[in-house]
Design a protein around this ligand. Structure first.
Ligand code: TTP
Ligand code: MG
Length: 342
């Protein structure tokens, strides 16, 4: 049986800012535009304290300011959010290689091949994400993407919702149609006129009628979706642009031997995968993240595409030599890029 997990980070941009600025805790925080509510711009997100004042994503900053003048308004720092996004997606890939990256703060993971109860996997993922990012997320698990995404939204924040077979009538049908992926405000308004408000009511409309209203393709989609049916596969990237390995130390280290030893091991693993998959690489990049989360990379280009361990390890050590290792290191990684198929 298929098992799909959906993760959505809680109040994502705001949570990243709260983690960086602990003094923001328990204050209403609004992220949007340049962070100046007297200037044009919309709310990207607000933390839960600010949402209590009615502040929502996509609302003009000026409106948010009127609703809660004492909220803290901050500018969008996309670079930082993208960096944290990569960190939590990396955690997901540690659990299963079949991951679909859907947005800056959400992703699907195929759990079908994992031999552990759903709840346990979800708890482990939440713990790991919390440990490496300091942030909470909400997880939904179900037989397909459609239901997993609905589930992750059901108990926000810090939620964990598992939709079992047979739960569709009891837990999905009472929800408003808008909760279905692919039902936007227009379809919602149209359905209201029928009148169809809940997913259960939608499921009671005969297929021919739906096709009459919405055409063959979308009509069939709504018919299946209202029954919790969805066979769409996870969209992953099959052709790798690069092969990489990285590790976060249990304890931050400034011990050169430890860093170099790990780099040698990771390079060995990456080269093994390179060979197994029949590639040669043209570039080698080493990544170091320091204990203040500052991340640096140093790269080198090989004379010829290679899959030889000696050559690639030498290149990796050449890169390592280009770092100024003054601070403690929390993560070291290596990436072999410029891949060509043999
Ligand atoms: P969401 O997951 O929709 O929202 P959220 O993570 O802030 O809150 P929730 O706990 O309800 O999941 O979106 C993720 C991020 O995307 C959000 O933090 C900011 C950004 N975003 C915008 O920039 N504009 C928008 O209109 C929305 C909805 C989100
Ligand atoms: Mg979110």
């Amino acid at each position: 049986m298929r098992r799909v997990l959906h993760v959505d980070m809680d109040a994502f941009f705001a949570a990243v800012e709260e983690r960086r600025h602990p003094d923001l805790k328990n204050k209403p925080v609004v992220i949007g535009g340049s962070g100046d509510p007297t200037r044009r711009g919309v709310v990207s997100t607000a933390n839960y304290a600010a949402r209590e004042f009615g502040i929502r994503s996509a609302m003009p900053l000026m409106t948010a300011y009127k609703l809660c003048p004492h909220a803290v308004f901050l500018a969008v720092d996309m670079e930082e959010y993208a960096r944290v996004s990569e960190v939590f997606k990396k955690v997901l890939r540690e659990f299963s290689p079949v991951m679909e990256d859907v947005g800056i703060d959400e992703a699907f993971l195929d759990l079908s091949g994992i031999d552990k109860p759903s709840e346990q996997i979800a708890r482990e993922i939440k713990e790991r994400i919390k440990a490496v990012t300091g942030l909470s997320c909400s997880i939904g698990i179900a037989a397909n993407k459609l239901l997993a995404k609905i589930a992750s939204d059901m108990q926000k924040p810090d939620g964990l919702t598992i939709i079992a077979d047979g739960d569709v009538e009891g837990r999905i049908w009472p929800l408003p149609v808008r909760k279905l992926w692919g039902v936007g405000p227009k379809t919602e308004a149209y359905l209201k006129g029928l009148p169809v408000n809940t997913i259960g009511e939608l499921a009671s409309v005969p297929l021919e009628e739906l096709v009459g209203h919405f055409g063959t393709s979308y009509g069939h989609y709504l018919y299946d979706a209202s029954r919790g049916l969805d066979e769409s596969p996870l969209v992953t990237h099959w052709e790798p642009k690069s092969i990489s390995r990285e590790t976060t130390f249990q304890k931050d280290s400034d011990h050169w031997q430890t860093i170099a030893g790990n780099l040698a091991r990771l390079t060995g693993e990456a080269v093994t995968e390179l060979k197994e998959r029949g590639y040669r690489g043209k570039s080698v990049t080493v990544k170091i993240r320091f204990n203040d989360f500052k991340t640096q990379t140093r790269a080198t280009t090989l004379d010829d595409p290679a899959d030889n361990l000696e050559i690639i390890r030498k290149a990796a050590f050449h890169c390592l030599g280009k770092f100024d290792l003054k601070k403690k290191v929390r993560l070291v990684g290596v990436r072999i890029g410029g891949l060509i198929k043999l």
